[in-house]
Write a protein of this length. Structure first.
Length: 765
């Protein structure tokens, strides 16, 4: 074979290189095609992730107001502290440094917690603390430039040290600050069962925070920014902003003043009754608007996970950590649960107003219907007793309701019959939810919470007629009471009146919803008159308020599922009877000692009604007998001659004490306009710089009306007394006072003292 020439060999090499280049190009082309056509979307996403930063812009949660514009819940700017664990060198000294710095400036964040999070799977975003307020955030900012020197170690693939070098690490390389939001509740526990709270994720938990979460939370926005090759954010021209849409505000039907009256009264009966809980509702009878709703004990909306001291002790008794956590969760939900909406109970004798309404409206009987009670009645194979074991004797319908006689109402129920009774039971809304705009409303269940028509025995009918053997929620009972008050209209209760934007413009407004008319206006007026007699002369006499004409019904029920010894006391009412404005329901669960609603719930309801109607500027309308008992407003004697002032006061029956050497009155105690008894105590000062003389308020509990006024005068105080003027004064004992015993006050101060009787007010026993 002839040898190839040099040029031939060169040509062959060129062709070989060319072929290799073509092959390489083909490989690259094929890979490019595969990348572009097959994996293009994947690589595009990776590129965007490396080049773009997408940050959520949180909307501001809507403000919650009471009906008068008082802020009950509001969001404010806060910050979130996080670490970028992926940027932390693999060095113990650096991690210790970060943990030490952050735990020293962040409250309730310990060293060990931060230390663990600095190595949390090397994540680039590990939250150390949410909802950090301004001062705490600034404390973090102040240490961001702090640094630590550490020895960096470089190792080969086999783990051998190749080299070491000293390096400096700044805290800001790993610690970041993001915007966050904190939710404030200015009044702490006020209306907690209605408002609810937000969790660490900003979502509503309980109350209207949960029910109206979609309205309150708004819609998040986005901030998209570009990053350069060093992962630094580029200038604003590369930013795209999708603005957040802030949440709408809510205007509640709750009136903060009425809510406070309700909670103070419930706190009083919770303590005095030693009960498991005290609960109450105040409703506008003409609209269904809830003016007040409270559970006692309650919880602090700003610290919803706090346990009571008793709860803490129960948790500490458990040795297993899992059991402790389970117990805590149970207590949390117990504290947050709204008994008035989510729970049911046997209503007891309060329900007799429904049985009465059904009997009159259906024409089954009229007011003249009579029955003689001898202390018990036989129903099928059972004997059901009256709380008055010797019997009430002959009674007509009005007296039967006043006396809360169970045998009487068993006969009324039997006269109605199962079909008619159930017709009105259903019409008053007891087989359905009320539809209140709060979460967790109890669902009535046939055969469980009430007797269905097709399975109602004569015993079921008889016990149901006086409020036992079935269960209702407090909100169901309150809407029924309001229906009797307003002419027979069953309303849907509600707690949110309006939604508003950030400028206060109304977006939506709630209108009262009438479900149906369950009784006529005439029946409504008749039952109202009977209920007023319950308060003036019957088991509800401790709820009497001069001038405000309460109409009400007491109730005491036994928790049949728990056996004997477990009771629920209650009282439902509305006022004024001649022009109803508000309905009030007071419930005490598991009271100790006195267990009857007429003994423990009626005085509390009276306080709530009197305070609320006075606040609402409803003028009392006194009977001649009430007017004769009225205390009088203090006259103004400032600037008058001392001798003539003393003579005028003493002639009117007042005890007068003078202070100073002047001959003209410079000031007085009590001040002008304060209501005091006609035989009260007045201090007149004759020198402008005279020191006010003081006295200590006695403990009036357990005193008679006469003794309270005598003791008050003896220490230089004015005791204004509140009691049922139609009740024998010898039966009355004081149980509460407006100023706590032991308080030092100026002589002449007016102290209101409340009285009740325990005679003739029982409806269970």
């Amino acid at each position: 074979m002839a040898k190839r020439t040099t040029s031939q060999r060169l040509h062959a090499r060129v062709m070989l290189v060319a072929a290799a280049m073509v092959l390489a190009f083909c490989v690259v082309a094929v890979n490019l095609a595969r990348i572009m056509l097959v994996n293009g979307e994947e690589y595009k996403n990776k590129a965007e992730q490396n080049q773009l930063q997408d940050k959520e812009l949180k909307p501001t949660r809507g403000v919650i107001y009471d009906k008068n514009g008082t802020v009950l819940a509001q969001s404010a700017s806060a910050w979130k502290i996080y670490v970028n664990a992926s940027s932390i060198p693999d060095n113990e000294k650096v991690r210790d440094f970060i943990a030490d710095k952050l735990s020293s400036v962040l409250e309730d964040v310990d060293y060990e917690t931060v230390r663990e999070k600095t190595d949390e799977s090397k994540s680039s975003y590990v939250v150390i603390k949410n909802r950090v307020e301004y001062d705490e955030k600034e404390a973090v900012v102040s240490v961001l430039d702090d640094k630590v020197t550490y020895t960096a170690v470089k190792k080969d693939d086999e783990g051998n040290t190749v080299s070491t070098s000293d390096k400096t690490f700044k805290l800001r390389l790993a610690v970041g600050i993001d915007d966050d939001v904190i939710r404030y509740y200015p009044y702490g526990s006020l209306a907690s069962c209605v408002i609810g709270f937000t969790g660490s994720d900003g979502e509503g938990k309980g109350g209207i925070e949960a029910f109206y979460d979609d309205v309150l939370k708004g819609k998040p926005g986005r901030l998209i920014t570009a990053k350069n090759g060093r992962s630094e954010t580029m200038s604003n021209e590369y930013e795209t902003v999708y603005a957040a849409e802030n949440g709408a505000g809510l205007v509640l039907t709750i009136d903060t003043t009425i809510q406070r009256y309700l909670e103070e009264a419930l706190e009083e009966v919770y303590v005095s009754s030693q009960g498991a809980g005290a609960y109450g509702i105040v409703m506008d009878v003409n609209t269904g608007a809830i003016l007040g709703m409270a559970n006692v004990p309650s919880y602090d909306l700003n610290n919803p996970y706090a346990l009571t001291e008793d709860q803490k002790k129960e948790v500490e008794l458990l040795e297993d950590e899992n059991e402790q956590n389970e117990a805590k969760r149970g207590f949390y939900y117990k504290n947050w649960r709204n008994f008035l909406v989510s729970d049911t109970y046997e209503p007891g004798s309060v329900f007799k107003i429904v049985t009465t309404s059904a009997a009159l409206e259906s024409g089954t009987l009229d007011e003249s219907y009579s029955y003689s009670c001898y202390g018990s009645i036989a129903v099928a194979d059972q004997v059901i007793k009256c709380h008055n074991h010797s019997g009430h004797g002959y009674q007509q319908l009005r007296e039967g309701l006043m006396n809360s006689c169970n045998p009487f109402f068993i006969t009324v129920g039997q006269r109605l019959g199962q079909e008619t009774f159930f017709k009105y039971f259903e019409a008053f809304g007891f087989t359905e939810k009320t539809g209140i705009d709060l979460p967790g409303e109890a669902t009535p269940v046939a055969g469980s919470t009430y007797h269905p028509l097709d399975d109602m025995s004569i015993v079921d009918l008889s016990s149901s007629a006086f409020g036992q053997s079935f269960q209702l929620s407090a909100i169901q009972i309150t809407t029924a009471i309001s229906a009797i008050a307003n002419g027979g209209y069953l309303l849907t209760p509600y707690v949110v009146e309006k939604t508003v934007d950030s400028n206060g413009n109304v977006l939506t407004e709630k209108q009262p919803v009438i479900k149906r008319q369950v009784i006529s206006k005439e029946t409504s007026q008749t039952v109202t008159s009977m209920m007023e007699d319950v308060v003036t002369k019957g088991t509800g006499k401790n709820a009497y308020v001069a001038g405000y004409h309460l109409a009400g019904k007491t109730g005491t029920s036994e928790k049949l599922s728990l056996g004997k010894g477990h009771y629920v006391a209650s009282f439902g009412c509305f006022a004024p009877a001649y022009d109803p404005k508000i309905a009030v329901l007071i419930i005490v669960d598991e009271p100790v000692g006195y267990i009857n609603g007429g003994q423990i719930c009626t005085p509390i309801a009276a306080k709530v009604v009197e305070n609320s109607l006075t606040y609402m500027n409803v003028e009392p309308q006194y009977t001649p007998e009430e007017r004769a008992e009225l205390d009088t407003p203090m006259q103004n004697y400032a600037g008058t001659d001392l001798r003539s002032a003393v003579a005028d006061l003493e002639e009117s029956g007042y005890t007068v004490e003078t202070v100073g050497n002047g001959d003209r009155v410079t000031s007085q105690m009590p001040p002008y306009g304060v209501i005091i008894p006609k035989n009260g105590y007045v201090v007149l000062y004759t020198e402008t710089d005279a020191e006010k003389i003081t006295t200590e308020v006695p403990d009036f509990s357990g005193y008679s009306v006469y003794d309270v006024q005598a003791v008050a005068r003896s220490v230089g105080l004015n005791a204004t007394v509140s009691y049922n003027s139609s009740t024998n004064k010898n039966e009355l004992v004081s149980y509460s006072q407006s100023i706590a015993a032991g308080t030092q006050v100026s002589k002449g101060t007016a102290v209101k003292v409340y009285f009740k009787t325990n005679s003739g007010v029982a409806d269970f026993g």
